[in-house]
Design a binder for this molecule. Structure first.
Ligand SMILES: NC(=O)C1=CN([C@@H]2O[C@H](COP(=O)(O)OP(=O)(O)OC[C@H]3O[C@@H](n4cnc5c(N)ncnc54)[C@H](O)[C@@H]3O)[C@@H](O)[C@H]2O)C=CC1
Ligand SMILES: O=C(O)[C@@H]1CCC=N1
Length: 271
């Protein structure tokens, strides 16, 4: 694995660095630029990585630079890094929601090789899901480098149309939060019915994991697995009829649209 520099050492960088180190990447090959001193100390303590206060210093010896700051500050951060990027010529991997590759190339230099991707926080435990998109400037070796980097965090899938990265955000990047919300809601419903919260959380969270593992490991469709839980005229049928009657599929479709549209709006707002 090449030298990898993260610009931004927040939640997502931590998730990806955790994944990288978990698969045996040498911590010293990872550099993180992070302005908050306390965060730098924590990153060094938790992962043994090199940290820098200034992004330009962290880019100098990097083969891959992962942009992991908020979309709202990315234009300024890229412009500050442009000279160092032009000198080191790393592959740029952006994980910023919404921000398009043509914008990144405009800020960093038109010749820059950019992969835009959308990972998610389960990367921290190697259970991430990432969509990737490569520009024409990215060669086959760099595509492989980006894929290998994100595969240390979980599964990956390429998209050919960049706009689909916003869809990926809707079903994977942001989606862990939907499952957390669902477990919160299950927990609240159980507590309202008198079950202790601790018991409710333990059982609901494990059920979320169990259902997830079955979908990933069995190779069966969610539809087939759902049908197997659903006895005719039984309890699950009653619950599913309630969910469908309340428009669960429409609710989810609207949420995915809202997410993807917010991604596109972030690109416009930060142009
Ligand atoms: N949190 C998530 O689940 C996911 C986030 N993303 C994307 O990842 C990016 C980072 O998100 P989070 O990690 O959640 O945010 P965060 O706020 O936890 O981390 C951003 C970090 O950047 C640092 N920073 C601020 N200015 C900087 C500068 N000039 N140079 C270097 N670092 C600087 C901040 O101090 C902070 O530690 C965003 O663009 C977001 O859209 C993508 C997929 C999932
Ligand atoms: O909420 C956000 O904007 C980021 C991008 C995907 C997950 N978190």
């Amino acid at each position: 694995m090449q030298n990898i520099t993260f610009i931004g050492g927040g939640n997502m960088a931590r998730s990806l660095v955790g994944g990288l180190i978990g698969t045996g990447v040498e911590p010293k090959q990872i550099a993180i630029a992070e302005p908050r001193e306390e965060a730098r100390e924590e990153l060094e303590r938790d992962f043994g990585v090199r940290t820098f206060a200034d992004g330009k210093d962290a880019v100098a010896d990097a083969e891959i630079v992962v942009l992991a700051v908020k979309p709202q500050i990315l234009p300024g951060v890229c412009k500050e890094l442009a000279e160092a990027v032009a000198a080191a010529k790393p592959l740029i991997v952006s994980i910023a929601a919404g921000i398009r590759t043509d914008q990144l190339q405009r800020w960093l230099g038109e010749g820059t090789a950019v992969v835009r991707c959308m990972p998610n926080t389960p990367s921290l435990i190697g259970a991430g899901a990432t969509g990737l998109y490569a520009t024409e400037k990215v060669d086959a070796t760099q595509r492989e480098q980006a894929e290998t980097l994100l595969q240390t965090a979980g599964v990956t899938a390429w998209v050919e149309d960049e706009a689909q990265i916003d869809t990926v955000t809707g079903i994977a990047g942001s989606a862990p939060a939907y499952y957390f919300l669902l477990v919160e809601a299950l927990e609240d419903a159980a507590v309202a019915r008198g079950l202790p919260r601790e018991t409710a959380r333990k059982l609901a969270a494990q059920t979320c994991m169990g259902a997830g593992r079955m979908m990933v490991e069995s190779g069966e469709s969610p539809d087939a697995l759902r049908k197997r839980v659903t006895s005719p005229n039984g309890t699950t049928q009653a619950a599913l009829e309630s969910l469908n009657g309340d428009g669960i599929r429409q609710i989810v479709a609207r949420a995915v649209d809202a997410c993807a549209e917010r991604g596109a709006a972030l690109a416009r707002e930060n142009d």
